[in-house]
Design a protein around this ligand. Sequence first.
Ligand SMILES: NC(=O)c1ccc[n+]([C@@H]2O[C@H](COP(=O)([O-])OP(=O)(O)OC[C@H]3O[C@@H](n4cnc5c(N)ncnc54)[C@H](OP(=O)(O)O)[C@@H]3O)[C@@H](O)[C@H]2O)c1
Length: 222
Amino acid sequence: MESIVITGAGTGLGKELALLYAQKGYEIILVGRRKEPLQCVQQQIQSCKGRAVAFPLDITNYEQVHQTAEALCHTYNITMLINNAGIGHFGPLEHMTEQHIHEMIDTNVKGTIYMTKAFLPYFKTLPEANIMNIISTAGLRGKVNESVYVASKFAVRGFSESLVKELAETNVAVTAVYMGGMNTPFWDDSNHIQDRSRLRSPKQVAETIINEYKRQAEIIVE
Ligand SMILES: NC(=O)c1ccc[n+]([C@@H]2O[C@H](COP(=O)([O-])OP(=O)(O)OC[C@H]3O[C@@H](n4cnc5c(N)ncnc54)[C@H](OP(=O)(O)O)[C@@H]3O)[C@@H](O)[C@H]2O)c1
């Protein structure tokens, strides 16, 4: 059975990708910092006769990421990594705290890089492997009161586009996914979006991503 590692799989888009890929017969390795949401998703998948394992991990911790990747690659037949975990803080730049800046850069940029670097050597030994980076339309154009978030997502875009080229002659496909707003817990502590109930559901977006996915370099869901 093939396994997929999904970061940020306890909530929002990561959770919906986990549920849908589990329905398609993949075993899901659910990654996130908090154990409880991961276990809820695990139970939901298992109650539908699917397979999932909850794996608490902070993707900003380089050592922990590498140790976890090594352990997982020995145990499971992992053929795909979905770098979905992300954090957003919004508002004018002069109101952004140092902690907010670190959180976004560490999670969105470094977390994605650490995870990819940790799994890549193993992926290169497989007949076929897939890396999907969940970005945002914030990785396509600048936005008001989103400067640091946008900077972090442009960074992941640059990382993804470069890896597509670097890995072109290998068995590893890299896909960057750009989507607009979704109604998820991402907005729980923010008033940046006036009416989040008007945003698309993460389930809708997850379905579109999975339906459109053909190992291409980018998917745009606007
Ligand atoms: N919602 C939107 O409007 C929107 C639009 C475009 C793109 N996106 C992007 O879509 C992705 C998913 O976001 P979402 O909307 O589904 O938000 P979400 O529900 O808040 O999901 C983010 C997940 O990331 C996990 N996470 C955060 N920091 C982590 C860390 N250091 N290590 C491991 N896991 C971590 C969180 O779990 P823990 O807190 O338990 O770690 C959470 O489950 C993000 O990359 C986001 O930037 C969102």
